[in-house]
Design a protein around this ligand. Structure first.
Ligand code: ZN
Ligand code: ZN
Ligand code: ZN
Length: 369
């Protein structure tokens, strides 16, 4: 998605307001997603410094290596490009532009070598994390951002439907092979990038972030698939499980509980409710079902330009849900040594309540392929 100049300038105004409210004189943003969120430009995560300096007043400056400057499309009046030559130390330029700033906020993903270099050049400055000024803004997605998330979700829903209808061969293939197959389908459906394609069979499914390997998928086992990528700059993320044969009764019983927990978790996310309540709701149902000790992770994470971003649906995240929040609801039940189940949708908060962007069928399918 290429963000309109109007939207970029609206974001910059909002960042400056947050800076003023929080007494921050300068924000410094480097690699990571805050920079493209505010400028439309994604920096190479290299050793060469790319940094946007937003001061309380004046046009923000984007310091870029001269060789990268042609990749930046300038947005006049939004920021100035300051290309630096290989023969100079760019941190000196950034530090100079910060003279007079007493409180500076810096992006979470800035390389330590730049942070340390700046602290040495700017003694006496109070440092804060920029997540406090950009993160809140990024949590509230605009209509265009939600449209991008919706399109990405629809694309992976189609792949989930293929999985559930047995169109993706499982038995006799390795997890890694099926993972590569899912990855090809993600790209074929318009994503520019695959972020992950977890395929976990049988006892491997009991490990939530299992790395697909050489294990050959057998008949009559649970196969957990959790996959997603980036499409027009925004992420998809979906989990569906299937059984390659007859569904064992213990798996069916656990899945009933999981499905009830997941749908209750989605429904719980109304505006004004704390993020952690979504986690409480799914966890309570799974505990009541007798599987509490087997639900070993948080219920969900925010999603947007990054596959995991603020907010988090977990105890301790007391932020109140607002229209535009986008996050996963993905409870799981994992029985070590046997099998694992997870069910994941991406949900968007609206004035009319939570809306699930993923529409793929929620039941556990038996596939004979
Ligand atoms: Zn994850
Ligand atoms: Zn996932
Ligand atoms: Zn997820």
């Amino acid at each position: 998605m290429s963000t309109s100049p109007e939207e970029l300038s609206r974001r910059l105004v909002a960042v400056r307001l947050a800076m003023r409210d929080q007494g921050i004189d300068t924000a410094l943003l480097s690699v990571g997603h805050d920079l493209p969120y505010l400028t439309g430009y994604t920096a190479m995560p290299l050793e060469r410094l790319t940094m946007l300096a937003i001061h309380a007043e004046g046009t923000p400056q984007l310091f870029v290596p001269r060789l990268e400057a042609p990749r930046v499309s300038e947005v006049p009046a939004l920021f100035d490009i300051v290309p630096w030559d290989e023969t100079i130390e760019p941190l000196d330029l950034v530090a100079e532009s910060c003279s007079g700033s007493s409180t500076i906020a810096i992006g979470d993903q800035t390389w330590a070598r730049f942070v340390v270099g700046l602290t040495h050049r700017l003694p006496g400055v109070r440092w804060e994390r920029a997540v406090g000024i950009v993160g809140d803004l990024r949590m509230r997605k605009s209509d265009a951002e939600i449209a991008a998330l919706r399109a990405a979700a629809a694309a992976v829903d189609e792949i989930a439907a293929e999985l559930q209808s047995g169109q993706i061969q499982l038995v006799g293939r390795t997890e890694a092979d099926v993972s590569a197959d899912l990855s090809r389908r993600i790209l074929a459906r318009g994503h520019e990038k695959v972020n992950f394609a977890i395929v976990a069979a049988g006892e491997n499914a009991a490990s939530p972030h299992h790395h697909p390997g050489g294990r050959v998928i057998q008949e009559d086992e649970v196969v957990l698939c959790d996959f997603g990528g980036t499409m027009n700059g925004y992420c998809s993320d979906i989990t569906r499980c299937v059984v390659t044969g007859e569904i064992p009764s213990d798996v069916a019983a656990a899945y009933e509980v999981l499905m009830a927990a997941q749908s209750a978790g989605v429904a719980a996310g109304t505006n004004g409710v704390a993020c952690e309540v979504v986690d409480e709701v799914t966890r309570q149902i799974i505990c009541d079902g007798g599987y509490g000790e087997y639900f070993v992770h948080r219920t969900g994470h925010g999603i947007g330009m990054e596959e995991h971003e603020d907010p988090y649906m977990v105890a301790g995240d007391a932020r109140l849900i607002e229209s535009g929040f986008a996050y996963s609801v993905e409870p799981g039940i994992y029985i070590p040594g046997r099998w694992g189940l997870r069910l994941e949708d991406i949900v968007v908060a609206t004035d009319d309540g939570p809306v699930s962007l993923n529409q793929a069928d929620h039941h556990l399918h038996s596939v004979r392929s």
